[in-house]
Design a binder for this molecule. Structure first.
Ligand code: FE
Length: 198
């Protein structure tokens, strides 16, 4: 049985942080990072439906969206060899690796508008990373494992699946707008407390 209380407690704590820090992105990121680190430190809470890889594409399962769309929590499941395009977010985001390992590459724009890849960073299980329009918003993430799925939990400062954002051709810097949506049509039930205290 999954310990869904861990996800519920995370959602409650993250929502309080959004209330507390509002649009102070730096303060919010500093506070959310340790919370995500705690969430991915123990792998006993993610329901099986939100951990399933797809043979062809990486999956992005919505775990929770704030009713005011100030926050969303998403489970990204990467099959072997799967990778995002070069993309941005347009809101802050914190990534924590729950299973496996991931490779993250940030991109910076040069004077001609081309996107230049920065040194690759390997995120091991338990590692946490952040993106945002102020600290650097353009990257790729891929599964570092060639034989197993990897899973990361992402928290964003908005309803990420509904945000108009861009993917890029790094050689030219040319952008293409997209809305990612989600791979799932349901969310986990955080609110059945009937097993508590048994
Ligand atoms: Fe991303």
């Amino acid at each position: 049985m999954t310990n869904i209380a861990r996800l519920r407690d995370f959602v409650t704590a993250a929502t309080k942080l959004v209330d507390l820090h509002g649009s102070d992105e730096a303060a919010l990121l500093e506070a959310v990072k340790p919370l995500v680190a705690d969430l991915v430190a123990v792998d006993d809470w993610l329901p099986e439906d939100y951990a399933k890889p797809d043979a062809q594409y990486y999956r992005q399962y919505l775990l929770h969206a704030d009713p005011l769309e100030r926050l969303s929590v998403v489970s990204f499941v990467w099959g072997p060899g799967q990778k995002t395009p070069v993309h941005d977010h347009r809101v802050w985001g914190v990534v924590g690796v729950l299973r496996g390992a991931e490779l993250s590459v940030s991109y910076e724009r040069d004077a001609e508008g081309k996107l230049i890849a920065q040194p690759e960073e390997r995120l091991e299980r338990g590692a946490v990373a952040a993106v945002s329009p102020t600290i650097g918003d353009i990257h790729t993430i891929s599964n570092a494992l060639t034989d197993k799925p990897s899973i990361s939990i992402h928290v964003y400062g908005g309803n990420i699946g509904a945000i108009h954002r861009a993917s890029f051709k790094p050689e030219t810097g040319e952008e293409k707008l997209f809305i990612s949506g989600y791979s799932s049509t349901h969310v986990p039930n955080l609110w059945d407390r009937s097993q508590e205290g048994r």
